[in-house]
Write a protein that binds this ligand. Structure first.
Ligand code: ZN
Length: 332
């Protein structure tokens, strides 16, 4: 095809990057914001990895990108969902009436995707509960921030049929391209990464994104699983990693190492703070991320700290005192 590996922008909301002769990345963006990456594989079965958010800006960008590449939504034969989060499955759910594809997800995510409206309600509850733990400044700032619309988790009326639930080691055969399934929980419990052994490509969803490596925020996140998943993918021979958000990486091992270091450093920082005095989730988050002015990011920081506190508590390294504050457990 002679296309060099760079973005081409057809109109302001269509951005596609050709990765090789069969695979393209479709970036689903909002004005001035990069959001989800989806990947289209032009093989015997036209296959899409993830579908972006359900709102019109994202769904229309996906549709227009497909048209630009010479397809329509009805042509997609297979959709693989890396995990059951709204910014990866929302587009598929919004387009469910048009789709004739066979849809694939991790077997444990199947039920959640098929009854996504119920699952999403639990998400919204979790989100609101996290928000209620934030300072009033963050709550107020968030409502006025442009990211708020994206964080609001729109109510969805339905879900999407999953025709095949896959497990670790399963192979998804879409023609010349074979994708090997790796179960890589940590970001959520149902994350899968997809490995293309010939090109040595790894599609990671939200398990590892770039430049942000450790992407945990309460619901479904688990740092022990994260560390295990990092060990697992470190053993694979990878030439290029393609995440669900952000940049591709030709040296993913550096990112895996960065992620391990990041987890260790956050734990140490939290324990250091707690050795001085017992603290609430709010005070720890403020201490660790002071100077963060983006309320949307600050909300995720609360969720991030929350996930670390759960791990430290499970390990018996911290506990909760009579005032409901977190404190270190003395080892003397
Ligand atoms: Zn996610």
């Amino acid at each position: 095809m002679g296309m060099e590996m760079k973005d081409f922008r057809v109109r302001k909301d269509v951005r596609i990057r050709k990765i090789d002769e069969r695979i393209s990345c479709i970036f689903l963006t909002k004005p001035n914001q990069q959001w989800s990456n989806t990947y289209l594989i032009e093989d015997e079965n036209l296959t899409l990895i993830d579908t972006g958010r359900p709102e019109a800006f994202s769904v229309n960008a996906l549709k227009k990108s497909l048209v630009h590449l010479g397809y329509c939504v009805e042509d997609i034969k297979t959709i693989i969902f890396t995990h059951a989060h709204i910014d990866h499955v929302g587009g598929g759910i919004a387009l469910a009436d048009l789709l004739t594809s066979k849809n694939i997800a991790y077997y444990e995510a199947r039920e959640k995707l098929q009854d996504f409206s119920r699952f999403n309600k639990e998400w919204i509850k979790e989100f609101m509960s996290l928000l209620s733990k934030c300072s009033s400044g963050v709550q107020q700032g968030l409502r006025e921030s442009p990211t708020y619309e994206l964080l609001k988790f729109p109510e969805l009326k339905s879900g999407i049929t999953i025709h095949r639930g896959v497990r670790e080691g399963d192979v998804i055969d879409i023609g010349k391209t074979k994708l090997v399934v790796y179960h890589t929980p940590g970001h959520s419990s149902w994350d899968i990464s997809l490995y293309e052994p010939e090109k040595r490509f790894l599609f990671t969803g939200d398990f590892i994104t770039s430049p942000e490596t450790v992407f945990v925020s309460t619901m479904g996140s688990n740092l022990d699983n994260y560390l295990d998943s990092l060990d697992k993918v470190s053993k694979i021979s990878i030439d290029c990693m393609f995440p669900g958000h952000g940049k591709f990486s030709k040296n993913p091992y550096r990112l895996f190492e960065k992620a391990r270091e990041h987890i260790k450093r956050c734990e140490d920082l939290i324990l250091e703070e707690l050795r001085i005095c017992p603290m609430t989730l709010h005070s720890i988050t403020s201490a660790l991320f002071n100077g963060c002015n983006d309320p949307g990011i600050q909300l995720f920081n609360y969720g991030r700290v929350d996930t670390f506190l759960i791990k430290l508590k499970r390990e018996g390294r911290i506990s909760i005192d009579d005032d409901g504050k977190f404190c270190t457990v003395s080892t003397s």
